[in-house]
Design a protein around this ligand. Structure first.
Ligand code: A2P
Length: 290
């Protein structure tokens, strides 16, 4: 199983978890059951906007693995930003998840209204103080957004979950986060879905078939996905590869019997070209309240 990382909240998070973006409730329920019951995952990452919190809830209720052994993350959708809306949205998420607390509650996107963002953070701080979220954090925050929270005083995010993979290693965010004790989580760690990008300037995933990655995979008799996951782990990042296939779910956590060499890592570093599979935070305002 995956090693733990200690967050600035004092709680620990398994460094490897299961992502479930773009999976239906039924697919999610099956994927989470297979991850918890068979593959040994203890960390699940969902979001209100994924529309599958109920599927996660059903899996948690049905699994022999006790709730308290699972690190559960969900996220606040854009349309629920603001103080009162965020408190309400959190209650609705708990209800759909069938639990009375989450381990981590995240703001999904910063959007473009700093005042409202700070009110949203006030609400998350209140939720954390009530103990119903063991830790709170953010997603897709650039250093500028993190600085708003540093200047505000009070609680800092435990994590910043951002698009991060060898094409987009996010050095500026990682260095800001390290300076402030904020852990970084990688979304689309394998380079995202293979069919198409969804941001205005995004590109389809080519990492899983990239010749540099597949050559390294051959050297270790491992898969391209396993090499990419090792790259995140060895960089100290929290990684949440998504799959709804039992064999891939198992494969993606079977990464603790090999290590990338310095040569492997320096070859992977040549892939940094800044390309994204998702939106740049400054370009995204989907669902923002008026
Ligand atoms: P699927 O759910 O059909 O397995 P990311 O985590 O970077 O967003 O990307 C995950 C994408 O890669 C998903 O489309 C997922 O599809 C696929 N995937 C996940 N694990 C593997 C694997 N081990 N080998 C190949 N493809 C994978």
């Amino acid at each position: 199983t995956a090693p733990d990382i200690t967050l600035n909240s004092g709680t620990t998070i398994p460094q490897l978890g299961l992502g479930v973006w773009q999976a239906t409730n039924d697919e999610t329920e099956r994927a989470v059951r297979s991850a918890l019951d068979d593959a040994g995952y203890r960390h699940i990452d969902t979001a209100a906007a994924y529309g599958n919190e109920e599927g996660v809830g059903r899996a948690l209720a049905g699994s022999p693995v006790p709730r308290e052994d699972v690190f559960l993350t969900t996220k606040l959708w854009n349309s629920d930003q603001g103080y009162e809306p965020a408190l309400k949205a959190f209650d609705a998420s708990l209800q759909r998840l069938g639990t009375d607390y989450v381990d981590l509650y995240l703001i999904h996107w910063p959007l473009q209204n700093d005042e409202r963002l700070l009110r949203t953070w006030d609400a998350l701080e209140k939720i954390a103080e009530s103990g119903r979220a063991k830790a709170i954090g953010v997603c897709n925050f650039e250093p500028r957004h993190l600085q708003l929270l540093v200047d505000r005083g009070g609680m800092l995010p435990a994590v910043d979950q951002v698009e991060l993979h060898p094409h987009l290693p996010q050095h500026a965010i990682r260095s800001f986060a390290a300076d402030h004790g904020i852990a970084v989580e990688s979304w689309s760690p394998l380079g995202g879905t293979s069919n198409s990008g969804w941001g205005p300037n995004s590109k389809p995933n080519t990492l899983l078939v990239d010749p540099i990655i597949t050559r390294i995979a051959d050297r270790h008799s491992k898969s391209a996905a396993q090499v990419l996951i090792r790259w995140h782990l060895q960089n100290g990042l929290i990684v949440i590869p998504k799959s709804v296939h039992e064999d891939r779910i198992a494969q993606n956590i079977d990464v603790f019997d090999f290590e990338l060499t310095d040569l492997d890592i320096s070859e992977i570093e040549t892939l940094d070209d800044g390309t994204r599979v998702g939106a740049h935070p400054d370009e995204l305002n989907i669902g923002a309240p008026d």
